[in-house]
Write a protein of this length. Structure first.
Length: 460
């Protein structure tokens, strides 16, 4: 070691022993928070007094410079507290995703202000337009399918989902059958079918991966002949449950004319020509209007076409009519005309067919209702049947009539011999005044306020 190195060593040791002096800290940098943002998954929401599982709204919040979990979300009623008060609105969830639910107290409309309060004293608001319909019987067993009020036919899609048709549009909608809310998927085949007006879809049934749909085949409510309503078409199913997809198959527009020609050839037994003539409204006891569609026992080719009108004989208290179409499966996309089997007349206590459904065991359920146009308060009943022309159906239960809407559809049939068997029925609420303002549901401006009701019934 050099003399220079030996001289520096004591100095280094001494320096290391000196205390380290910290410099005084400067002022902390100020945090700047942006204005919070709030987004609602829907601007309009519908509920029902006393309902279970009403639809909710997803609320998304954020604020630059802040953790979303530090943000507060609350809602208050700004109008008509008799419909929903501030305390009837709950917001759950954490971070950026919250869920808003409303427990309705009265019928009508109200606006709710949804407010996010962030750090730095900043906030933002959104308005949610809310509507509440009356309490219904069996509310614990009921759910609401929103986006449409005129459910008219439904089939099972598997996995707890159903495909529902609407007689006021040509849109098919996929719903979670056990939850209230909007459809998870929709299809509108109007353009591909070459129609610009409603088909008035009233019946549907599924065989394998094919769903058959039929229009009412009748005139419109003013007695005008509308050819779009003569449409029968198919959709092909792929996937199941929430992943269900539909593709358009074939169509046929000659069934109405085939039925009229068949009836004429048999002495005008059912008056199809007169009931379907221009100027004749379809919903009268001697009218012409199809609402049920299902295949015959053990068959995937012969379909039962169930009539809302006429009754036979065409008098109050007459029998309901079913006409077997023996080559129904070959009609959509084919060139043949329909062929028919012997007609079936059923005693449904003076009611007619509103829907018809068969299970794999050959057991049928018939939703029976009035042929009349304004029939929300008229009787409805559910009948079981074995599908055989020589047997008569047996009433299972009378359906509630004090609630808004008419019973229109049964998606599927359970084993009717099983103890505690339950069936789901769907209402057409299109003509109902849901919110006490005199406006029919089908005429409401906002689709989120339109809805049909599903209810589960225990049969045994």
């Amino acid at each position: 070691m050099s003399r220079l190195s030996r001289g520096l060593l004591p100095l280094a040791v001494a320096a290391a022993a000196l205390p380290v002096l910290a410099l005084p800290a400067g002022p902390a940098a100020a945090v700047t928070y942006g204005t919070p943002t709030i987004t609602l998954s829907a601007g309009y929401l519908s509920g029902a007094v006393g309902a279970t599982g009403d639809p909710t709204v997803a609320v998304t919040v954020a604020q630059s410079g802040a953790d979303a979990s530090a943000l507060t979300v609350a809602a208050s009623a700004t109008t008509r507290g008799s419909v929903a008060r501030t305390g009837d609105v709950t917001v759950t969830g954490t971070a950026g995703n919250r869920t808003l639910a409303v427990a309705a107290q009265g019928v009508g409309y109200t606006d709710l202000t949804v407010k996010v309060t962030g750090l730095g004293g900043k906030s933002a608001t959104k308005t949610l337009h809310y509507a509440a319909s009356p309490a219904v019987q069996r509310s614990a067993d009921s759910r609401y399918l929103t986006g449409s009020s005129d459910a008219s036919a439904a089939v099972d899609a598997g996995g707890g989902y159903i495909v529902v048709a609407d007689d006021e549009s040509n849109v098919l909608r996929l719903y979670d059958r056990n939850a209230s809310g909007a459809p998870v998927r929709t299809w509108d085949f109007s353009s591909a079918l070459g129609v610009s007006k409603e088909i008035d879809i009233e019946g549907g049934t599924r065989v394998g991966n094919t769903i058959y749909w039929t229009g009412s085949l009748g005139n419109n409510k003013d007695g005008e002949i509308k050819t779009q309503r003569h449409t029968v078409f198919t959709t092909t199913v792929t996937g199941s449950g929430a992943a269900t997809q539909l593709a358009l198959g074939g169509k046929y527009t000659g069934l109405r004319d085939d039925l009229i020609a068949w009836d004429k050839a048999n002495g005008n037994r059912y008056g199809f020509a007169a009931g379907s003539a221009a100027g004749e409204v379809p919903k009268q006891v001697d009218g012409f209007n199809v609402e049920g569609l299902e295949f015959a026992p053990g068959s995937s080719t012969t379909a039962y076409v169930g009539f809302r009108a006429p009754l036979t004989p065409a008098v109050t208290g007459g029998r309901a009519l079913i006409v077997p179409v023996t080559n129904f499966s070959s009609l959509p996309g084919g060139s043949a005309h329909a062929t028919f089997g012997a007609p079936i007349e059923l005693d449904l206590g003076g009611l007619s067919v509103r829907d018809l459904r068969r299970n794999a065991l050959g057991q049928y359920l018939i939703v029976a209702g009035s042929w009349a146009a304004d029939d929300n308060s008229d009787p409805y009943a559910l009948y079981r049947w074995d599908g055989q022309p020589g047997s008569q159906p047996v009433k299972v239960l009378d359906l509630p009539t004090s609630d808004a809407g008419g019973w229109e559809a049964v998606p599927d049939v359970p084993d009717l011999t099983a103890a505690g068997a339950r069936v789901q029925l769907i209402t057409d609420d299109g003509s109902a005044d849901l919110y006490g303002d005199g406006v029919e549901a089908k005429d409401l401006t906002h689709p989120e306020w339109k809805k049909s009701r599903t209810t589960w019934f225990t049969l045994n």
